[in-house]
Design a protein around this ligand. Structure first.
Ligand code: HEC
Ligand code: HEC
Ligand code: HEC
Ligand code: HEC
Ligand code: HEC
Ligand code: HEC
Ligand code: HEC
Ligand code: HEC
Length: 439
């Protein structure tokens, strides 16, 4: 009899072990990434082979990397800045409706800035004998299909520039992130975000492919993210570390001037301050009020802290997933399993979400990436948070966030599916899902 019990115990242990392994199995391929040693934020990782290289532009890369080029060319990255003379159809704004007090006409505009959420216009206005641009005083809101006032000096270093959009040069406020080559060399080598923005200037590689270029995925997670964070983050000019704004008046930069892929990003900028209280850019729980806060949020998220990276989810060339091309729960389930150590803790989708499996209320992003930010003050909520986690209705109110930013409320605010913040909070309490993550 004893023999049988021992045998039974062994079998049971083996089964339990197998189940535990099975539940954790999906995250195991990422084990090396999550546990690898970090080199620190100061080390220069740019390839020595490219130290004297210059920017050559994506047309050169296309010759040998057709597939990457193809993927990239259909993404939003190359479309950030577009030349109106080359292709007038890049203008999505309706100039027939442009208000009479606009300080520009379509003929004055050289480049469009953006096209998906909002479109702004760049006019040539040189500065100290160098090619430079200014922005028109109206912007087109793609979502509302209306023109609205644009006062860039209000958002970019108020106090460092005169309160006049004709006195705010895009060379200081924008161009580092929207052209390729401007960030480090002040040359508009290519419009939009192209290959060398993430792989660094690569003229030596083009001459001799054996001469390697920077490949972010070979670096540890913190350094890997830097190629994205050079742009997808709210920043401050590095000189503000030991200068005040008035001493850099007329020159303050809103991007990490001097940075090239692989270099130490920390040496080129300060991160927009967040100290747990509400600011113009963030709510008191760290969620962004505006666009371009993905980096600020993600570095504070549990996934970011534990070594998950932007390119674990986004293809660096197609950029998918996006709002238009989203693979749904499949993306999250690449690593997560129900009942697994990294969660969700419940055994099934319905047990975790308390919504039917085929309901919108069972989509991971709807609860863990609610829309909390706006592209302009008059835009609808479109910017999904990259803090992940979950914000309860009570927390939404506590942090002074609009009700509409709460995941539950956002869906339960329609006539046939209405529930108050209070009811939603008590739903969660009934489900026993408010205990976790007390930040
Ligand atoms: C003349 C052909 C050629 C051109 C032009 C070219 N490449 Fe390459 N590239 C190669 C070859 C071949 C490899 C593989 C080299 C190897 O594995 O040693 C490569 C590898 C790479 C890699 C991977 C590096 C790694 O460590 O695995 C990247 C990234 C890259 N190229 C980017 C670029 C970019 C950006 C451009 C344009 C500025 C470019 N290439 C232009 C031929 C080219
Ligand atoms: C937004 C940043 C970004 C841009 C823009 C970009 N890349 Fe990449 N690229 C990356 C990252 C990050 C990786 C590493 C992906 C991985 O290993 O999973 C990569 C990988 C590669 C590789 C090696 C792996 C592969 O897929 O073959 C090549 C070659 C390459 N890129 C070429 C290019 C070329 C050519 C362009 C422009 C047409 C370009 N990249 C634009 C970030 C970028
Ligand atoms: C040089 C600046 C720059 C770098 C580097 C950069 N981005 Fe972007 N990214 C932008 C800008 C600007 C846009 C908006 C483009 C537009 O709307 O035309 C954008 C858009 C995106 C989008 C939205 C695409 C869509 O279809 O709406 C994703 C996703 C994205 N980037 C991810 C990444 C990731 C991941 C990396 C790093 C591998 C990265 N970006 C590196 C500037 C950059
Ligand atoms: C530190 C880098 C950085 C700086 C500086 C910067 N941007 Fe951007 N911008 C981005 C990124 C990244 C995105 C896309 C991500 C997002 O919107 O959340 C973006 C998005 C945009 C969009 C929306 C694009 C679309 O297709 O709808 C517009 C318009 C825009 N920026 C204009 C400007 C202007 C004008 C300036 C200067 C006054 C500026 N930006 C400064 C990085 C930057
Ligand atoms: C855990 C997965 C995950 C990680 C990590 C992640 N993202 Fe995302 N991101 C998403 C998903 C999913 C969406 C699309 C949501 C939707 O359906 O609108 C998205 C949307 C975006 C968008 C807006 C796309 C659009 O259509 O407007 C940008 C920009 C972006 N991510 C940039 C980044 C950057 C930069 C990083 C790293 C700092 C990052 N993401 C890390 C999952 C991720
Ligand atoms: C590449 C693997 C990977 C992918 C893809 C991924 N996760 Fe995670 N996720 C993790 C890891 C690792 C943790 C950290 C678990 C821990 O240590 O507690 C985590 C933690 C979380 C947490 C809990 C901690 C917190 O506050 O952030 C949530 C919520 C979460 N993920 C949601 C998502 C969602 C939603 C998606 C899809 C958009 C997703 N994850 C995609 C690996 C991943
Ligand atoms: C209806 C909203 C909702 C949806 C949809 C949802 N979650 Fe959650 N999730 C929550 C809540 C609420 C918590 C916090 C639980 C608590 O406090 O006990 C949570 C917690 C988590 C955690 C932390 C660990 C845990 O189990 O508490 C992870 C990981 C997670 N969710 C992943 C996911 C993934 C992956 C998906 C998609 C398959 C998903 N969630 C869909 C509401 C949701
Ligand atoms: C993406 C949209 C969406 C989100 C986010 C969402 N729900 Fe729902 N909810 C629905 C839909 C649609 C239904 C209808 C039944 C179904 O599809 O399961 C529903 C049903 C419900 C019901 C059942 C109502 C009834 O009369 O039977 C409750 C309770 C509920 N949701 C609470 C919540 C709570 C609490 C949250 C936040 C954790 C939440 N929902 C998040 C869309 C959503």
């Amino acid at each position: 009899m004893k023999k049988y019990i021992t045998l039974l115990m062994i079998v049971l242990l083996a089964v339990a072990g197998f189940i535990a392994y099975d539940k954790a199995a999906k995250i195991l391929p990422f084990y090396e990434q999550l546990t690898q040693p970090h080199v620190g934020t100061e080390v220069d990782l740019q390839r020595v082979e490219q130290k004297d290289a210059h920017y050559v532009g994506s047309a050169k890369c296309k010759e040998c990397h057709k597939k990457n080029y193809e993927h990239w060319s259909h993404s939003q990255h190359p479309k950030m800045i577009q030349d109106i003379k080359k292709d007038p159809s890049v203008v999505v704004a309706d100039f027939l409706k442009l208000p009479a007090d606009a300080d520009f006409k379509l003929e004055d505009a050289v480049y469009t800035v953006g096209s998906k959420f909002k479109q702004r216009f760049m006019m040539r206005k040189d500065r100290d004998g160098k090619e430079d641009y200014i922005l028109g005083n109206y912007q087109w809101n793609v979502q509302t299909q209306k023109w609205q006032h644009f006062k860039p000096w209000k958002y970019w270093y108020k106090g460092a520039y005169p309160h006049d959009n004709h006195a705010l040069p895009t060379s200081r406020a924008c161009d580092g992130c929207h052209f390729t080559g401007f960030m480090s060399r002040e040359k508009r080598v290519e419009t939009g975000i192209s290959c060398e923005a993430c792989h660094g200037p690569a003229s030596e590689h083009v001459k001799e492919p054996k001469s390697k270029v920077y490949l972010a995925s070979l670096s540890d997670p913190v350094r890997q993210n830097e190629v994205c964070l050079q742009c997808h983050m709210r920043n401050r000019d590095i000189r503000l570390r030991d200068h005040n704004l008035s001493t850099i008046a007329g020159d303050a930069r809103d991007y990490p001037f001097g940075y090239e892929a692989g270099k130490s990003l920390a040496k080129y900028k300060l991160v927009a301050p967040f100290k747990g209280v509400e600011t113009k850019e963030f709510y008191a729980n760290g969620m962004g009020k505006k666009n371009r806060t993905q980096g600020n949020e993600f570095v504070h998220s549990m996934m970011g802290k534990h070594g998950i990276t932007c390119i674990n989810c986004h293809s660096p060339h197609t950029l998918e997933p996006t709002a238009q091309h989203n693979t749904g729960n499949k993306l999250c389930m690449k690593c997560h399993t129900f009942g697994s150590p990294i969660g969700p803790h419940q055994g099934s989708l319905e047990a975790h979400t308390h919504h039917k499996a085929n309901s919108k209320g069972s989509l991971c992003v709807e609860c863990h990436m609610p829309k909390v930010g706006r592209h302009t003050g008059k835009s609808p909520l479109t910017v999904r948070t990259h803090l992940f986690g979950f914000v309860t209705p009570d927390e939404t109110l506590k942090y002074n966030m609009p009700k509409e930013t709460n995941a539950c409320f956002a869906c339960h605010n329609t006539a046939n599916n209405k529930r108050s913040m209070k009811t939603l909070q008590s739903d969660l309490e009934k489900w026993g899902m408010v205990s976790w993550d007390k930040r």
